[in-house]
Write a new protein. Structure first.
Length: 614
């Protein structure tokens, strides 16, 4: 029989060849080959990739980095599993993006692709007793047992759960709590113990799922239910005023409710969806599309005419053919875009004609109001204040859903949100704006963790159901952010997701970048500006690489490429790398922490000045 694996200590693995390293529990870095050679994975210290876990074999598997993928070949007796399926012995198998690699119970989640990838292993996140409580039929509550202990339910006065009704035996049943699960064992009672109406066996432990009711004896009032202690309150603010994403934003709450309506999830979503003005939608989407189409077609024809006038017959004929193809392609795109935008605008207008607003839903887990105005910071401020007042003991997170850029998300400016929100566990930016240092700097006083994406998650936005439809949540905000990124990426694979610790960013990463900026400025004055510029050029984020829009730089790649030049290695560079590793909690796909190449006042002064001068 395979031994039961003990929980592993948390670590991260970065698999991009420019930053190949294993970050241990204390941030120590261990490298492994990425040149295509075969290396050994196991418990022995001399292995190229050492995994210090009790049930990992001394030489557990072979690995190789090839074509941007990690390939595994199992050589152990305890087994290697990829996505829950045991890998055949001595057969090479690729670990896919988002795949789960399990080495004899040591579970590792792989997130491959993009300019920076980090694997976050979260097996150590287990429920603790203070996350749940036991509610009795009379409305009173009882604390759950400490792990490894048993409490008695019965009529005997010394019972931890004391029930006085006559059909309850003196020693009726026992309760046990382990790793977030409640178990019951009938102690040979006279009238039995029932789980959702079904009698449980005597002298055998039976799991009691969260939200299901136990009944002791004949009286239906002798019940007990395990429920979460203090829900996670999600303040949801959605900008549905733009037709191309309006339907997606409005549907998020409904998908969440339908997915978890049959159990008692410890999360409650209370929010507002701003639909905006119908005429404004038409004016800002459909009409500009027509203008772009007409201007594009006219410009293309003008180019064709100019080419004919300037060149000879053959050259002009070829140019005309190329322009014709371009005009046709542009016409197809413009027609589709215009039709889509017009359709969205007309649908939005129909909604307004049916009524300006609807009342909040009566769903159990979602309370959401739709308003035909905004979005505005006033609406959000009122929502946040109301949620704080109604649920003062809950853990609070903010979820902004809509379009986004460097200045804001869901129609709200970061500077305004940063003034309103204080003390949240996390803030989720479901707005395609990425984790830019300049943006997040305005939120460091609002929440401990920020989660951002460079792109939509398969066109549906962050999956609320997968992220918050859980039986429990990690206690610490850092673990919460990493766990929710993992849940989101496994449910709907995203092109990019990243979770960062805003407190560490402010207290450690910013000062480190300040020192690094001064060091790099001095290096550029000493004749090293060429290698520094090359490091910047090669670190453009995947979403706006050469030829793309904007000049955003992947900070992690930039630091790694600086370190490839011995002349640029410095204590300041090492300090910035360590601070970034501590700031990043989890990454998926093209997720990255970035900054504007030109520098601006939102960056640390020394770093911004260096960028403006280089």
């Amino acid at each position: 029989m395979q031994p039961q694996a003990r929980p592993c200590r948390p670590c991260r693995l970065a698999l991009d060849p420019s930053r190949t390293r294993l970050l241990g529990p204390n941030g120590e870095a261990l490298s492994f080959p990425t040149d295509g050679s075969v290396f050994t994975i196991g418990r022995e210290p001399h292995n190229a990739l050492q995994i210090d876990h009790a049930y990992v074999s001394r030489q557990h598997a072979h690995g190789t980095w090839r074509n941007g993928k990690l390939w595994i070949c199992d050589t152990s007796s305890n087994g290697t599993f990829v996505n829950g399926q045991r890998a055949p012995a001595n057969v090479w198998q690729a670990v896919p993006p988002g795949g789960i690699l399990d080495l004899a119970g040591c579970r590792l989640t792989m997130a491959l692709g993009g300019s920076q990838t980090i694997m976050a292993r979260l097996d150590h996140l287990k429920a603790t007793p203070d996350q749940h409580q036991l509610r009795l039929g009379d409305g009173s509550t009882v604390s759950v047992p400490e792990p490894g202990t048993t409490i008695r339910v019965g009529r005997q006065p010394t019972s931890e759960v004391h029930l006085t009704e006559g059909s309850v035996s003196r020693s009726h049943a026992d309760l046990r709590y382990d790793l977030g699960r409640l178990y019951v064992r009938d102690a040979g009672s006279t009238y039995g113990t029932y789980l959702n109406g079904q009698k449980v066996e005597s002298d055998r432990w039976t799991e009691v799922p969260e939200g299901m009711s136990l009944q002791f004896g004949r009286n239906p009032n002798n019940t007990l239910t395990m429920e979460p202690r203090g829900p996670l309150l999600v303040t949801f603010f959605g900008d549905s005023s733009t037709p191309d994403i309006g339907g997606q934003v409005e549907a998020q709450g409904g998908r969440f409710e339908r997915a978890i309506s049959n159990h008692s999830a410890p999360a409650l979503v209370r929010g507002t969806v701003a639909r905006g003005s119908a005429l404004k939608e038409l004016g800002l989407t459909a009409l500009p599309a027509l203008c772009v189409a007409e201007a594009g077609a006219g410009g293309a024809l003008a180019i064709a005419g100019a080419t004919l006038a300037a060149g000879g017959a053959v050259a002009s004929g070829l140019a005309l053919a190329g322009v014709g193809i371009g005009v046709a392609a542009f016409g197809v795109w413009a027609a589709r875009s215009t039709r889509s935008m017009w359709k969205g605008g007309i649908e939005a207008l129909k909604k307004r004609l049916k009524g300006l607003s609807v009342q909040p839903s009566s769903w159990k887990h979602v309370q959401q109001a739709f308003v035909s105005k905004g979005p505005s910071i006033k609406q959000f401020s009122q929502l946040w204040a109301e949620n704080q007042a109604r649920y003062p003991t809950s853990r609070h997170v903010v979820f902004l859903s809509g379009h986004g850029d460097q200045k804001g998300a869901a129609g709200l400016k970061y500077s305004e949100v940063g003034q309103v929100v204080k003390g949240a566990d996390a803030i989720f930016l479901d707005a395609c704006n990425g984790a830019q240092i300049e943006s997040l700097s305005q939120l460091t006083g609002s929440a401990r963790v920020a989660v951002a994406s460079e792109h939509t998650v398969r066109g549906y936005g962050f999956p609320l159901d997968a992220m918050f439809g859980r039986s429990n949540f990690p206690d610490q905000p850092r673990d919460l952010g990493a766990a929710l990124v993992q849940a989101a990426s496994q449910s709907m694979p995203a092109q990019s997701l990243v979770a960062v610790d805003l407190k560490v960013m402010k207290q450690e990463l910013y000062p480190a970048l300040e020192q690094l900026g001064r060091s790099l400025r001095q290096a550029s004055q000493n004749g090293l500006s060429g290698p520094i510029k090359q490091a910047l050029d090669s670190s453009l984020t995947p979403s706006n690489g050469p030829g793309g829009f904007g000049k955003k730089i992947d900070l992690g790649s930039f630091l790694a490429r600086l370190g490839e030049n011995p002349q640029l290695r410095s204590p300041e560079l090492s300090g910035a790398q360590a601070a970034l590793n501590k700031t990043i909690l989890s990454m998926v796909g093209n997720g990255t922490v970035s900054f504007d190449r030109g520098g601006n006042k939102a960056l640390p002064a020394g770093f911004s000045e260096f960028l403006s001068r280089i």
